[in-house]
Design a protein around this ligand. Structure first.
Ligand SMILES: [Zn+2]
Length: 493
């Protein structure tokens, strides 16, 4: 009896400890207020413990010519210590942050306003207007969360944040953060907090559950009639990715889709935004469904990350594009003819970039100038994904595939939040195939050898006939009545 009682008390203590621990782990508390009569201003009140005596915002996703970055649109009203005394602060233009006259690990309270005026600015240098906060249909706010949060990132330890909203009663909050109460959410760390999308207002939201994944599909009211098409497409694509990685993650994910004169997409930690030209969608699937599948695949290529971001674009963008078009052919969203055209475009992008560059750069180096080297990075990366896929299959007699490579990177690195480097990729390939992939990396990924002969020999191995003239590539599958060649295995025939 006594033992039981003690055990009970012990358990109670454990529960209380873990409860208070969970509560203590929240270092940032934000309350966001938006009024119906002035929807372009967000009034923020925040309490936080800052490891270092400064406050900052995200540095990415904003055109470099906008002085002060995201802070340009922020008016700090007050910063107080935990006794309510004002803390002096100054904007540090060199380090792009607010320096505070306070000590390390201070508890502070800050009030600030964020003005939604970003849509008065040209966003091309930051990747386009799909990543720019704006207002949909005059009653719905589309926010990139980088614009909203001030914090001190401090060391690499994960820091949780709680975000609550004071908005008109009938407004909806669409987010990938974990909901803990009505209009109250928790973000696991700063990256989840400030590298995501947030839609507030009168949007249309559909919740889709596939395996472990909960997806919030969100559109402005004016585009809601396309919801069924998007829902169907998503449900066709996700099982393909589930096959590649052997599971879908236990996570929330937010997909925002809007209408525009241009088509583009931008992915964040657990969310992406895609803009559609709302014309002949049925005949242009190879373009919009590919972008849709591409941005979705970035969930994984974002999770499997290399600390040296720029040198990894050939993988993070190229492999993403390879898998998005594979998802479309494996799920029969597009015809085989369209798939082959797309693959031929990737070959052409790689080969032409190599041919036309005065000072040829490698795929690894190309990322240093992502916008200028777009064709080389995307086309080169996708071509290398195809080459590696065929190599793995041919060296293992079809026992292993590029899917196994992706799966291993996902389980060994992505899920453990451990960055990889290019040698880890070679190591995984060597391990899977019991062979040496160093020469291929040396020639075409670190090096600048012409890819043309490699495209011919790889297609030959896969069972594709190539007709090529200058930048033109035409691909024809060899007759394979039993559909047993590598090409047929890749597209899932
Ligand atoms: Zn991308």
């Amino acid at each position: 009896m006594k033992t039981k009682y003690l055990l009970g008390l012990f358990l109670l203590l454990i529960i209380q400890c873990s409860y208070s621990q969970a509560d203590d782990s929240i270092l940032y508390n934000y309350r966001l207020k938006i009024s119906e009569d002035n929807i372009r201003v967000v009034e923020v009140e925040a309490e936080m413990t800052i490891q270092e005596p400064y406050l900052e915002m995200n540095r990415w996703g904003i055109p470099p010519e906008i002085e002060k970055g995201w802070a340009k649109f922020v008016d700090v009203k007050s910063i107080l210590d935990d006794t309510g005394k004002p803390i002096n602060y100054t904007w540090n233009n060199v380090l792009q942050r607010w320096d505070l006259k306070t000590s390390k690990n201070s508890k502070i309270k800050i009030k600030y306003h964020v003005r939604l005026e970003h849509d008065n600015y040209n966003w091309d240098a930051a990747g386009g207007i799909d990543g720019r906060p704006t207002v949909w249909n005059e009653d719905t706010l589309f926010w990139v969360t980088k614009a909203l949060f001030i914090y001190c990132y401090g060391d690499d330890s994960p820091k949780k944040a709680r975000i609550s909203f004071d908005v008109p009663k009938n407004w909806k909050i669409s987010t990938a953060w974990t909901k803990v109460a009505d209009k109250e959410f928790v973000a696991e760390n700063i990256d989840v907090l400030d590298n995501n999308l947030l839609v507030i207002g009168n949007q249309v939201e559909k919740i889709i559950k596939v395996d472990n994944m909960s997806i919030f599909l969100v559109t402005p009211k004016s585009f809601a009639y396309q919801m069924d098409l998007l829902n169907t497409t998503l449900k066709e694509i996700l099982p393909i990715y589930q096959d590649v990685f052997s599971e879908l993650p236990n996570t929330n994910y937010l997909i925002c889709v809007s209408e525009n004169d241009i088509e583009d997409g931008e992915a964040y930690k657990n969310s992406f935004h895609q803009m559609f030209k709302n014309k002949n969608l049925k005949y242009r699937k190879i373009v919009w469904a590919n972008t849709f599948a591409h941005e979705m695949f970035h969930y994984w290529t974002g999770l499997i990350y290399n600390k040296d971001f720029a040198s990894n674009y050939w993988f993070s963008e190229g492999f993403t594009d390879y898998y998005s078009s594979l998802a479309l052919i494996r799920s029969n969203i597009v015809s085989e003819q369209d798939y082959l055209k797309k693959l031929a475009f990737q070959f052409s992008r790689f080969h032409s970039s190599q041919r036309l560059m005065r000072n040829r750069v490698s795929l690894v180096k190309a990322g240093e100038e992502k916008i200028n080297n777009w064709h080389l990075i995307y086309g080169g990366g996708a071509t290398m994904a195809f080459i590696l896929d065929v190599e793995i299959r041919s060296r293992t007699n079809g026992v292993k595939t590029l899917d196994d490579f992706m799966k291993k990177l996902y389980f060994d690195f992505g899920k453990n939040n451990k960055p990889f480097d290019i040698n880890d990729q070679i190591h995984v390939l060597n391990y899977l195939t019991n062979s040496d992939f160093n020469p291929i990396f040396k020639k075409y990924i670190h090096g600048t050898d012409s890819i043309l002969e490699m495209i011919f020999s790889t297609c030959e191995k896969a069972g594709i006939i190539v007709a090529q003239y200058q930048s033109e590539f035409y691909l024809t599958p060899k007759e394979d009545l039993e559909k047993k060649n590598i090409y047929n295995a890749i597209i899932g025939n």
